[in-house]
Write a protein that binds this ligand. Structure first.
Ligand code: ADP
Length: 193
Protein backbone atom coordinates (compact mmCIF):
# COMPACT_ATOMS: atom_id res chain seq x y z
CA UNK A 1 0.00 0.00 0.00
CA UNK A 2 2.93 2.33 0.61
CA UNK A 3 3.20 2.99 -3.12
CA UNK A 4 0.09 5.16 -2.71
CA UNK A 5 1.59 7.30 0.04
CA UNK A 6 2.62 10.05 -2.35
CA UNK A 7 -1.04 10.50 -3.33
CA UNK A 8 -1.72 11.81 0.19
CA UNK A 9 -0.51 15.29 1.05
CA UNK A 10 -0.64 17.23 4.31
CA UNK A 11 -1.27 20.94 3.83
CA UNK A 12 -1.45 23.58 6.56
CA UNK A 13 -3.94 26.36 5.94
CA UNK A 14 -7.50 27.34 5.16
CA UNK A 15 -9.33 24.63 3.20
CA UNK A 16 -11.44 27.24 1.40
CA UNK A 17 -8.36 28.52 -0.42
CA UNK A 18 -7.39 25.18 -1.96
CA UNK A 19 -7.74 24.51 -5.66
CA UNK A 20 -9.14 20.98 -5.56
CA UNK A 21 -12.10 19.44 -7.34
CA UNK A 22 -13.87 18.37 -4.14
CA UNK A 23 -13.75 20.06 -0.76
CA UNK A 24 -15.05 18.03 2.16
CA UNK A 25 -16.93 19.90 4.86
CA UNK A 26 -17.12 18.78 8.50
CA UNK A 27 -20.86 19.41 8.67
CA UNK A 28 -23.49 18.74 11.30
CA UNK A 29 -26.69 16.74 10.85
CA UNK A 30 -28.74 19.80 9.91
CA UNK A 31 -26.43 20.64 6.98
CA UNK A 32 -27.39 24.25 7.62
CA UNK A 33 -23.95 25.56 8.49
CA UNK A 34 -22.24 26.10 11.80
CA UNK A 35 -18.95 27.25 13.23
CA UNK A 36 -15.42 26.13 12.49
CA UNK A 37 -14.65 24.81 9.05
CA UNK A 38 -18.38 24.52 8.25
CA UNK A 39 -18.83 28.27 8.75
CA UNK A 40 -15.72 29.04 6.70
CA UNK A 41 -16.93 26.90 3.79
CA UNK A 42 -20.41 28.44 3.84
CA UNK A 43 -18.90 31.95 3.90
CA UNK A 44 -16.59 31.15 1.00
CA UNK A 45 -19.25 29.36 -1.08
CA UNK A 46 -21.82 32.11 -0.54
CA UNK A 47 -25.54 32.08 0.28
CA UNK A 48 -26.42 29.76 -2.62
CA UNK A 49 -24.93 26.89 -0.64
CA UNK A 50 -27.22 27.36 2.36
CA UNK A 51 -30.21 27.72 0.07
CA UNK A 52 -29.32 24.43 -1.61
CA UNK A 53 -28.62 22.69 1.71
CA UNK A 54 -32.09 23.61 2.96
CA UNK A 55 -33.51 21.27 0.31
CA UNK A 56 -31.47 18.26 1.41
CA UNK A 57 -33.30 17.34 4.60
CA UNK A 58 -30.16 17.02 6.70
CA UNK A 59 -27.82 14.04 6.86
CA UNK A 60 -27.28 11.36 9.53
CA UNK A 61 -23.98 11.04 11.36
CA UNK A 62 -21.46 8.93 9.45
CA UNK A 63 -22.92 9.75 6.05
CA UNK A 64 -22.25 12.49 3.49
CA UNK A 65 -24.10 14.48 0.85
CA UNK A 66 -22.67 16.26 -2.19
CA UNK A 67 -23.56 19.75 -3.43
CA UNK A 68 -22.30 22.15 -6.07
CA UNK A 69 -19.48 24.45 -4.95
CA UNK A 70 -21.23 27.75 -5.73
CA UNK A 71 -18.76 30.65 -5.35
CA UNK A 72 -15.88 28.23 -4.78
CA UNK A 73 -16.27 27.21 -8.44
CA UNK A 74 -14.26 30.33 -9.30
CA UNK A 75 -11.16 28.61 -7.96
CA UNK A 76 -11.88 25.29 -9.67
CA UNK A 77 -13.82 23.49 -6.92
CA UNK A 78 -16.58 21.38 -8.52
CA UNK A 79 -18.26 19.93 -5.45
CA UNK A 80 -18.56 20.30 -1.71
CA UNK A 81 -19.06 17.04 0.15
CA UNK A 82 -20.75 17.51 3.50
CA UNK A 83 -19.71 14.72 5.84
CA UNK A 84 -21.28 14.49 9.29
CA UNK A 85 -18.67 13.33 11.76
CA UNK A 86 -19.49 11.91 15.19
CA UNK A 87 -19.41 13.84 18.44
CA UNK A 88 -16.78 12.06 20.53
CA UNK A 89 -18.31 10.43 23.59
CA UNK A 90 -16.01 7.43 23.57
CA UNK A 91 -13.18 6.14 25.66
CA UNK A 92 -9.78 6.81 24.09
CA UNK A 93 -8.19 3.98 26.08
CA UNK A 94 -10.21 1.50 24.03
CA UNK A 95 -8.45 0.02 21.03
CA UNK A 96 -9.06 1.60 17.67
CA UNK A 97 -12.11 0.24 15.91
CA UNK A 98 -14.09 -0.55 19.05
CA UNK A 99 -16.14 2.58 19.52
CA UNK A 100 -19.18 3.64 17.55
CA UNK A 101 -17.46 6.97 16.96
CA UNK A 102 -14.55 5.22 15.20
CA UNK A 103 -16.99 3.52 12.86
CA UNK A 104 -18.84 6.73 12.11
CA UNK A 105 -15.65 8.65 11.45
CA UNK A 106 -14.31 5.92 9.16
CA UNK A 107 -17.63 5.94 7.36
CA UNK A 108 -17.33 9.70 6.75
CA UNK A 109 -14.04 9.19 4.92
CA UNK A 110 -15.38 6.25 2.90
CA UNK A 111 -18.61 7.96 1.96
CA UNK A 112 -16.84 11.17 0.98
CA UNK A 113 -14.24 9.42 -1.16
CA UNK A 114 -16.97 7.31 -2.76
CA UNK A 115 -18.99 10.41 -3.66
CA UNK A 116 -15.89 12.18 -4.98
CA UNK A 117 -15.01 9.21 -7.18
CA UNK A 118 -18.60 8.83 -8.38
CA UNK A 119 -18.52 12.49 -9.46
CA UNK A 120 -15.15 12.09 -11.20
CA UNK A 121 -13.19 14.30 -8.83
CA UNK A 122 -9.46 13.68 -9.12
CA UNK A 123 -8.42 15.82 -6.15
CA UNK A 124 -10.11 15.92 -2.76
CA UNK A 125 -9.33 17.95 0.36
CA UNK A 126 -10.44 16.91 3.85
CA UNK A 127 -10.39 18.94 7.06
CA UNK A 128 -9.70 17.04 10.30
CA UNK A 129 -13.32 15.91 10.69
CA UNK A 130 -14.71 15.82 14.26
CA UNK A 131 -11.49 17.01 15.91
CA UNK A 132 -12.76 20.54 16.66
CA UNK A 133 -15.91 21.17 18.67
CA UNK A 134 -16.81 17.47 18.29
CA UNK A 135 -13.69 16.68 20.41
CA UNK A 136 -12.56 13.45 18.73
CA UNK A 137 -9.02 12.69 20.00
CA UNK A 138 -6.68 13.95 17.29
CA UNK A 139 -4.19 11.06 16.98
CA UNK A 140 -7.05 8.57 16.95
CA UNK A 141 -8.87 10.57 14.26
CA UNK A 142 -5.65 10.85 12.24
CA UNK A 143 -5.16 7.08 12.25
CA UNK A 144 -8.69 6.53 11.05
CA UNK A 145 -8.41 9.20 8.36
CA UNK A 146 -5.04 8.08 7.07
CA UNK A 147 -5.78 4.34 7.25
CA UNK A 148 -9.06 4.61 5.40
CA UNK A 149 -7.84 7.06 2.78
CA UNK A 150 -4.83 4.87 2.02
CA UNK A 151 -7.05 1.79 1.83
CA UNK A 152 -9.37 3.58 -0.59
CA UNK A 153 -6.53 4.79 -2.82
CA UNK A 154 -5.16 1.27 -2.93
CA UNK A 155 -8.39 -0.02 -4.43
CA UNK A 156 -9.51 2.87 -6.63
CA UNK A 157 -7.54 4.86 -9.21
CA UNK A 158 -10.11 7.58 -9.90
CA UNK A 159 -8.88 9.86 -7.14
CA UNK A 160 -5.33 10.94 -7.82
CA UNK A 161 -4.63 13.12 -4.78
CA UNK A 162 -6.06 13.56 -1.33
CA UNK A 163 -5.10 16.57 0.74
CA UNK A 164 -5.39 16.42 4.51
CA UNK A 165 -5.86 20.09 5.27
CA UNK A 166 -4.77 21.02 8.79
CA UNK A 167 -5.53 24.34 10.37
CA UNK A 168 -2.28 24.47 12.38
CA UNK A 169 1.27 23.12 12.27
CA UNK A 170 0.52 21.18 15.46
CA UNK A 171 -2.42 19.38 13.79
CA UNK A 172 -0.24 18.60 10.78
CA UNK A 173 2.41 17.16 13.09
CA UNK A 174 -0.16 14.82 14.65
CA UNK A 175 -0.92 13.39 11.21
CA UNK A 176 2.74 13.23 10.24
CA UNK A 177 3.49 11.26 13.43
CA UNK A 178 0.68 8.84 12.63
CA UNK A 179 2.08 8.31 9.14
CA UNK A 180 5.63 7.90 10.43
CA UNK A 181 4.55 5.21 12.91
CA UNK A 182 2.13 3.44 10.57
CA UNK A 183 4.02 0.16 10.54
CA UNK A 184 3.38 -0.27 14.27
CA UNK A 185 -0.29 0.54 14.41
CA UNK A 186 -1.32 -0.76 11.00
CA UNK A 187 0.42 -4.05 11.78
CA UNK A 188 -1.38 -4.22 15.13
CA UNK A 189 -4.67 -3.64 13.43
CA UNK A 190 -4.06 -6.49 10.99
CA UNK A 191 -3.09 -8.84 13.80
CA UNK A 192 -6.26 -8.00 15.68
CA UNK A 193 -8.46 -8.24 12.62
P1 ADP B 1 -16.13 19.33 14.02
O1 ADP B 1 -17.45 19.86 14.50
O2 ADP B 1 -16.28 18.22 13.01
O3 ADP B 1 -15.21 19.00 15.14
P2 ADP B 1 -14.72 21.86 13.49
O4 ADP B 1 -14.97 22.80 12.37
O5 ADP B 1 -15.01 22.34 14.87
O6 ADP B 1 -15.54 20.53 13.13
O7 ADP B 1 -13.23 21.38 13.46
C1 ADP B 1 -12.72 20.44 12.54
C2 ADP B 1 -11.29 20.81 12.17
O8 ADP B 1 -11.32 21.84 11.19
C3 ADP B 1 -10.46 21.34 13.33
O9 ADP B 1 -9.17 20.74 13.27
C4 ADP B 1 -10.36 22.84 13.02
O10 ADP B 1 -9.15 23.41 13.52
C5 ADP B 1 -10.35 22.81 11.51
N1 ADP B 1 -10.70 24.06 10.81
C6 ADP B 1 -11.46 25.09 11.22
N2 ADP B 1 -11.55 26.03 10.25
C7 ADP B 1 -10.84 25.55 9.20
C8 ADP B 1 -10.52 26.03 7.88
N3 ADP B 1 -10.99 27.21 7.43
N4 ADP B 1 -9.75 25.25 7.07
C9 ADP B 1 -9.29 24.07 7.48
N5 ADP B 1 -9.54 23.55 8.70
C10 ADP B 1 -10.30 24.28 9.55
Amino acid sequence: MDEHLDRIEIVVGDITLLRVEAVVNAANESLLGGGGVDGAIHRAAGPGLLEHCRTLGGCPTGLAKITPAFDLEEQGVKHIIHAVGPVWRGDDSQKLGYTLEDTFLASCYHQSLGLAAEHSCKTVAFPNISTGVYRFPKPRAAKIAFGHILGFLDKYDMIENVILCCFSDADAQVIQDVIDTREDWMFNRKRMG
